[in-house]
Design a binder for this molecule. Structure first.
Ligand code: PEP
Ligand code: MG
Length: 312
């Protein structure tokens, strides 16, 4: 019966009592965007990981090459929301043309937005390409920066994005940014929580280490508390706060995130239907009760069990 429900899910994302939550797809190029648009009921793109387009390049793609690629993604979701993330180079995704310094701890090094402080040209040219793609497309792209740690970084990024007539947001992946979400929201129009990195940096555990997988579990109550306070900051000023990490692909956790006040969930295309179907089967009130129960626990297994007892 569950499988049939999943197959039938056709959007839009909402709880059984009609509380809207956008269910979006994570994509990495034109082809994956086309496929998400035609094979799922995703209402848009919540995370376009632009760095994945360029992992094999020795030299920086030109503005016109970039414009072409970004246009393909925007055109796949014409008329819908597309969140483009600026290059998240470094650490697990080094780009050869980004001139990464030699670092002992790349996950704590010059990655994501930090590269702009080093060399702002790469970011400026990427934003020019996104702006050019926006002009010829029907979609209204939102543009966000990865690895923001301070309000000053958010302010500087937002200035560059607004200058080009685009809508700025930032990712919340560093605990410092979650703790200062109110201040960051004075500079940007939306937030998107990257639970993969937020768990890594909250728990001080490498997201790529199989030995530490229990620590980087997105059900970790400490991570859920940071999600809760970020969502509350958005609710207070009625600005959207999404989740685009792997947490959003777990249907039960997706309901908990909705209960914490998250306004959109973006996950791998393969998970869109099961997340949408699960959300449609529960009330917002139950999501809120499950979220409160999960927050009151002290470990991931207890958090999951507490949520499951209410949402199953
Ligand atoms: C995340 O960190 O949760 C995220 C969505 O970004 P990435 O996985 O690309 O680092
Ligand atoms: Mg990340």
């Amino acid at each position: 019966a569950d499988a049939a429900k999943v197959a039938r899910w056709a959007g839009p994302g909402a709880t059984s009592d009609g509380h809207r939550i956008d269910v979006l797809a994570n994509v990495q190029d034109g082809a994956s965007a086309q496929s998400a648009a035609s094979n799922t009921a995703a209402e848009g793109v919540g995370l376009f990981r632009t760095e994945l387009c360029f992992l094999d390049r020795d030299t920086e793609p030109t503005v016109s090459e970039q414009t072409h690629i970004y246009s393909e993604v925007l055109d796949a979701f014409a008329g819908r929301k597309v969140v483009i993330r600026t290059l998240d180079a470094g650490s697990d995704k080094p780009l050869r043309f980004a001139n990464h310094p030699d670092e002992a701890n790349p996950a704590l090094g010059v990655r994501g937005i930090r590269i702009a402080a080093h060399d702002s040209g790469i970011l400026d040219r990427q934003l020019d390409a996104i702006a050019a793609a926006a002009v010829t497309s029907q979609a209204q792209p939102w543009v966000m920066a990865p690895m923001i740690a301070t309000a000053a970084e958010a302010e500087s990024f937002a200035g560059k994005v607004r200058e080009r007539g685009l809508t700025p947001g930032v990712m919340i992946e560093v605990p410092a940014a979650a703790l200062l979400a109110e201040q960051i929201l004075t500079h940007v129009e939306f937030l998107s929580i990257g639970t993969n990195d937020l768990a890594q940096y909250t728990m001080a555990a490498d997201r790529q280490s199989a030995d530490l997988a229990a620590l980087t579990d997105p059900w970790q109550p400490a991570v859920l508390h940071l999600v809760a306070r970020t969502a509350a900051a958005g609710t207070a000023v009625t600005k959207p706060v999404g989740v685009c990490g792997e947490a959003a692909a777990d249907p039960l956790l997706a309901c908990v995130l909705a209960g914490l006040g998250i306004t959109s969930l973006s996950c791998a295309a393969a998970a869109v239907s099961s997340v949408g179907a699960k959300l449609a089967s529960v009330s917002l009130d139950d999501c809120r009760r499950a979220a409160a129960a999960a927050l009151a626990t002290a470990d991931p297994a207890a958090a999951r069990a507490a949520a499951a007892a209410i949402l199953r």
